[in-house]
Design a protein around this ligand. Structure first.
Ligand SMILES: C[S@@+](CC[C@H](N)C(=O)[O-])C[C@H]1O[C@@H](n2cnc3c(N)ncnc32)[C@H](O)[C@@H]1O
Length: 231
């Protein structure tokens, strides 16, 4: 046991260094900054932290190297008709990757003004205005109104349980009012059980290659769900 804990610690540190190297290169190639984490304490003057459990880190980016593996359950969606949203988009790294991966319409939802501003600057530098349509909505995921049409949603551990519950209630209400295709990719599935026990969401499988990423290159568990409430 002691040995496996030790080796797992070493693995996580090595994987962390690998991701940092890739993410710094990702930023340098596009003239942007998405690597530095942002603590909740640095944002407490601009956001309401009610419902958050004092987590030190509010922003950390999903490793760019994991984009394809994480998003594998979106296969078969018509990307040209689908809006890709990162709910809690932080500095916008996933939005840039989604646009580069062929989603012509990408939207970031972010409630912290300084992060929303950084995301706008990053998307402007990386994508300009010519590569598809993008926008950053400065909004709270607990009350957000989603765009019409099919949705591909991404979240990376943005919410503590009380906030996740409100996020989910809002999403369920939105989909019940305007039923449509929705797939959700969730990295660091701290509240995954809330989706698993909700009958309007159904878990989607990851294949062998992507499970390999889960076990080796992703420090966190991840999952994917689709909306099946309208069936
Ligand atoms: C862990 S970061 C993930 C950033 C980005 N999604 C990524 O994967 O690179 C979580 C982000 O969610 C944002 N966030 C947290 N609660 C939110 C809420 N209620 N509404 C909108 N954004 C929120 C935080 O400000 C932070 O930028």
């Amino acid at each position: 046991m002691a040995h496996s804990g030790f080796f797992n610690g070493v693995r996580i540190r090595l994987v962390g260094r690998l991701h940092r190297m890739y993410d710094e290169r990702f930023d340098a190639r596009r003239g942007i900054e998405t690597v530095a984490n942002v603590d909740a304490a640095d944002l407490e003057d601009v956001i309401d932290l009610t419902g958050y459990e004092g987590d030190d880190e509010m922003y950390a980016g999903t490793p760019s190297l994991l984009f394809e593996a994480l998003h594998a359950p979106l296969a078969g969606m018509d990307r040209t008709a689908t809006t890709y949203l990162d709910v809690g988009c932080g500095k916008g790294r996933m939005l840039i990757q989604a646009s580069e991966a062929g989603f012509p319409s990408v939207v970031g939802v972010e409630f912290a003004k300084p992060l929303a501003q950084t995301a706008r600057e990053n998307l402007q530098s990386a994508l300009g205005q010519t590569q598809g349509q993008w926008r950053i909505d400065e909004a709270d995921a607990r009350t957000y109104r989603y765009p019409d049409g099919p949705l591909a949603l991404f979240i990376y551990n943005p919410f503590d349980p009380p906030v996740f519950e409100a996020f989910l209630a809002n999403l369920r209400k939105d989909l019940a009012a305007r039923p449509r295709e929705m797939r959700l990719i969730y990295n660091h599935t701290l509240c995954g059980d809330m989706l698993d026990t909700d009958p309007v969401f159904e878990r989607l499988p990851y294949n062998g290659t992507n499970r390999f990423y889960a076990r080796t290159l992703n420090p966190h568990p991840f999952g994917a769900w689709r909306y099946c409430g309208a069936n």
